[in-house]
Design a protein around this ligand. Sequence first.
Ligand code: T4K
Length: 371
Amino acid sequence: MNNYIYVTKPNLPELKDVIPYLEKIWENRILTNNGPFHNQFEQELAKYLGVEHVNLFANATLALIVGLQALRITGEVITTPFSFVATTHALKWNGITPVFCDIEEKTLNIDPEKIEALITPKTTAILPVHVYGHPCDTEKIQDIADKYGLKVIYDAAHAFGIKMKDKNLLLEGDMSVLSFHGTKLFTTFEGGAIICKDEKLKKRIDYLKNFGFADELTVIAPGINAKMNEFQSVIGLLSLEIVEEEIKNRKKVAETYFELLDGVKGIRVFNNFEDYAYNYSYFPILIDEKEFGVSREKVYDELKKNNIFARRYFYPLISNMPSYRSLPSAAKENLPVANRIAEQVLCLPTYGALEADMIYKICSLIIGIQN
Ligand code: T4K
């Protein structure tokens, strides 16, 4: 074991609780392809999330790729450049042209005011991301989608367990995609899910994630293999029992950070959760070099020297990556907010087991760097 402090630490069920489930898998020898634990997890997850339809996946990237196929999205899709690369890659893997839209200052999500200007006759959908679990302005986005007949697919990889006052965030748009990767608040090692509202669509997704098989002999489409297996499903089932506690513990971590960093000149924290209960999945801060006196890079390096591995999520911006930077919509002058935020953002370590002493250390290293 090293003393490194990473941006996250997976919250796992106790090993002794996993063993009886493994024994059961060994006994019944069903490892994947809609096994009993897969089906049980699908049902229990739907109940937990307050939704009717859940399709489990091997990971969220495949879920995004399959989700776009299931909705028959083609042409151009308007999306945010301020996300993990998988969001845009999923479009590329479907032969769709990503059209980057700038983000809004308040949430760091796609700016609904800037979407309409990017719509062309080829636009078929909008792919926003609830970055760090901060909800998008789903009403404004839906209004635009309705006006132009567009589909909306939310990349909700960070949004597990967000509770809105007046609606279920995961039921906004045509579908939402969750990630259960090892770095996520709720993890199945690797994993993901699609939430949709329509039984027919749920069925189509099930076929597509299983090579297109509708039954033993009928292949209805060139599907892929994107199924979640029995081991992942068992971890998911057990993790449902521990996720609320983890959110509570992360809330305490965030509150300590807020206490120490809110109000420091040149540092912005995100602590305005008026309309929803946050999941505390990430702890992003923005460092304004002019006001703070020191760059984000220097802060990142200083923490690293002390074995604290904060992460620059999401830098570089997707629109500046070699695969995408030649797209007309990737021009820096079209994306001023996203380009600035990508230079300023730093995600500090956050997980339930992070001790207060370490949070004090991290904050005093950040603040102390000014001297
Ligand atoms: N959409 C969005 C908006 C996303 O953020 C993501 C994934 C996706 C879609 C796609 O979801 P998946 O297909 O992955 O389900 C990580 C994750 O690999 C990625 O899942 C995640 N977003 C992204 C934000 O972060 P890296 O390159 O930062 O991972 P890595 O391995 O450097 O891990 C970060 C730190 O976490 C490590 O320094 C140590 C700690 N860690 C990591 C792993 C894997 C652990 O403690 N245990 C572990 O098992 O991308």
